[in-house]
Design a binder for this molecule. Structure first.
Ligand SMILES: NC(=O)c1ccc[n+]([C@@H]2O[C@H](COP(=O)([O-])OP(=O)(O)OC[C@H]3O[C@@H](n4cnc5c(N)ncnc54)[C@H](O)[C@@H]3O)[C@@H](O)[C@H]2O)c1
Length: 393
């Protein structure tokens, strides 16, 4: 070290001192995160909380969230997602069908139980008990939920091809009305999305019990068909609208899987396929257990996403990946945001879906080609000094 490094304060000028609070009684989750989550994945979770609170939510930024893993069976729909939706902190959603299917149990007032991961599954099967790790419920919960879906989608409003956002809106209306009869409040993500005009997409409509019931009904007389082209263009239209109006577009990824790509691919759809000039999503936050070194998309870093045009290189230093179980991270982040941020007015993007799609379509027909898109000059800032450390993201 020696004389070369005499001033400690200068060398560490960019780094806050580690000076945690001694935890006492009645500390709020927000203070716990700000004052004691200092390093490693605790540190990343603090950065995640600050990223949403100070960058994604202010100035009416558009926030899309993805849901994978078994979140709703564990009650995180009711405890976290619904309060976040009601506070106006979630503008649009891409979910696995599983999370929406299991959300229906809560929306229909069915019972799920806190069990154990160490039970005898043969015994459970004998007694018609279904297990998702340590969550237990009766086989009848599945049968009754399936029947609800089949009866709901028999209605005339479902007899046509439609985007998954329209499908979930119509299904959400059914759950909302059933919930009112059962005197339930704020118990279903689907019903809340219907109430708040929040579009919910699913990236793999056939891959869940909801899709299984839609498929079975197609063997009867149902004309319901989920249109993936509409979904790809509609999700892109949401992002294009935000960026065209100068708003930030943020992705908040819980887990990984196919919804992660579905939300991110909106940017290459704008740039690479439609030939519209754009720089990428502004903020990327992922809470996951998926590792980056296997090459799978679930673990791919925001830096890798920059190379695809999915994330704006300018804002890459702000992006965060926290390797934390989402069932731990999401309640903490929810408490943080509800403490630190004021509610926002709902954007009700569902109500604007046709207009948003038309705007994108008009721009594409003006700009896009059938032949190879002429490559535009890449954003020069990718290699600026500001982003030197970006490979660690
Ligand atoms: N009954 C049903 O409808 C049903 C039930 C289960 C799954 N499925 C379907 O199976 C497919 C896969 O579902 P999935 O969501 O379980 O995918 P998955 O298990 O592949 O999870 C997606 C990603 O999230 C990560 N992840 C999962 N749980 C996490 C947690 N608690 N914390 C941090 N990261 C976590 C995983 O590592 C993975 O990278 C979906 O299409 C789903 O709809 C359907």
């Amino acid at each position: 070290m020696g004389a070369k490094h005499k001033s400690g304060s200068k060398r560490f000028a960019n780094y806050p001192r580690l000076n945690p609070l001694g935890i006492g009684h009645d500390i709020s989750a927000a203070d716990l995160i700000d004052k004691t989550f200092m390093a490693y994945n605790g540190g990343r979770l603090r950065e995640a909380a600050k990223l949403i609170s100070k960058k994604m939510l202010p100035k009416n930024g558009t926030v899309g969230i993805t849901l994978t893993g078994a979140l709703t069976p564990a009650g995180l729909g009711k405890s976290c997602l619904i309060p976040l939706m009601k506070a106006g902190f979630i503008d649009w959603i891409v979910s696995t069908g599983a999370n929406l299917y299991h959300d229906l149990h809560y929306g229909l007032d069915m019972k799920l139980y806190a069990g154990s991961p160490f039970l005898d599954d043969l015994e459970l099967r004998k007694h018609s008990v279904i297990r998702i790790y340590d969550v237990l419920f009766d086989y009848d919960v599945l049968l009754d939920t399936d029947a609800f879906v089949r009866q709901a989608i028999s209605g005339s409003e479902f007899q046509k091809p439609m985007g998954s956002d329209e499908f979930h809106y119509l299904l959400g209306k059914f759950v909302y009305e059933r919930g009112r009869k059962l005197k339930l409040k704020d118990s279903s993500v689907l019903a809340t999305a219907y109430e708040c005009g929040i579009p919910i997409f699913t990236s793999s409509p056939g891959d869940s019990s909801i899709g299984m019931n839609i498929a079975a009904m197609a063997l009867r007389d149902s004309s319901l068909m989920i249109d993936p082209n509409r979904d790809v263009n509609q999700t892109t239209a949401i992002v294009y609208d935000a960026k065209a109006r100068g708003l930030k577009s943020s992705v908040f990824i819980l887990g990984g899987g196919s919804p992660k790509n579905f939300i991110l691919q909106t940017e290459p759809q704008i740039q690479e396929v439609m030939g519209i000039e754009e720089s990428g999503h502004d903020y990327f936050l992922q809470i996951t257990d998926a590792r980056p070194d296997t090459g799978g998309l679930s673990g791919a870093t925001p830096s890798e996403a920059v190379s695809w045009g999915k994330v704006d290189p300018e804002t890459l230093p702000d992006c965060v990946v926290a390797y934390v179980d989402t069932t731990v991270a999401l309640p903490l982040l929810t408490a943080y945001l509800l403490t630190r941020n004021r509610p926002r007015r709902a954007k009700r993007l569902y109500d604007k879906r046709n207009k948003l799609l038309k705007n994108l379509s008009d721009k594409y027909l003006e700009t896009g080609t059938v032949t190879k898109i002429k490559e535009r000059k890449k954003n020069k800032s990718v290699y600026t000094s500001k982003n030197k450390n970006s490979t660690s993201r």
